[in-house]
Design a protein around this ligand. Structure first.
Ligand SMILES: [Zn+2]
Length: 211
């Protein structure tokens, strides 16, 4: 059996087992999707959101990209955010990075990865520049990388708060709360590193006054 055929084979097993354990499982999900959480995570195959949080289909709305970035001009992430906040009415948005992230690591060196990846990683280089003093004071390469990974998550939470999507929901419905987490590949534990409750004020230049 080819590797991708194994996926299809295992999918059949999974569906049969689900049906067996809980005969209403698929029927229930078919008619309603009411996840409480939007998860913005890294595409890294070792950080599967449902598995590490022991959640089921239907519980988390998920967007993943390289190094879990929230970019102001990224129609993809902003569409997901808009839908999750305005239609699914999620109560929490979680940005979850992970220690040892290859995307963040790539941004820390001076290698040319060609245009598209260079464009993406530039956003992380900017975060390094904001925190250059703190980061350069860290001698160990791995520790410095992991600190940038935490700072990246924090910055992406700020990026969420800068959007009119979040600010409008904060003003009208006092939700969602924003969370910055980092998953540790070494022990499977998630460390919360930053939190922004609904309604938090940010640098006034980013706050819209006609929402
Ligand atoms: Zn990663």
């Amino acid at each position: 059996m080819k590797s991708y055929e194994l996926l299809l084979h295992d999918n059949k097993d999974w569906a049969a087992n689900k049906q067996n354990d809980d005969p209403d499982f698929f029927d229930r999900l078919l008619h309603v999707q009411t996840p409480e959480f939007l998860w913005i995570g890294c595409s890294d195959s070792r950080v599967p959101p449902n598995e590490i949080t022991q959640t089921e289909p239907g519980e988390i709305f998920i967007h993943r990209n390289v190094a879990n970035l929230v970019i102001n001009t990224d129609v993809n992430v902003l569409s997901v955010l808009d839908y999750a906040v305005n239609h699914l009415k999620v109560k929490h948005v979680i940005v979850c990075g992970h220690y040892g992230c290859g995307g963040v690591k790539a941004a820390m060196n001076n290698h040319d990865f060609n245009q598209v990846l260079n464009m993406w990683l530039r956003n992380i280089k900017d975060i390094f520049r904001f925190h250059r003093n703190e980061l350069e004071a860290i001698e160990d390469d791995g520790t410095r990388l992991n600190r940038l990974i935490e700072l990246n998550v924090e910055e992406q939470v700020f990026n969420l708060a800068k959007t009119s999507i979040i600010q409008r929901a904060w003003k009208r419905e006092q939700r969602p709360d924003l969370h910055g987490w980092v998953y540790d590949l070494k022990d499977g534990l998630i460390k919360p590193v930053f939190e922004m409750k609904a309604g938090t004020h940010i640098d006034p230049i980013y706050e819209y006054d006609n929402l």
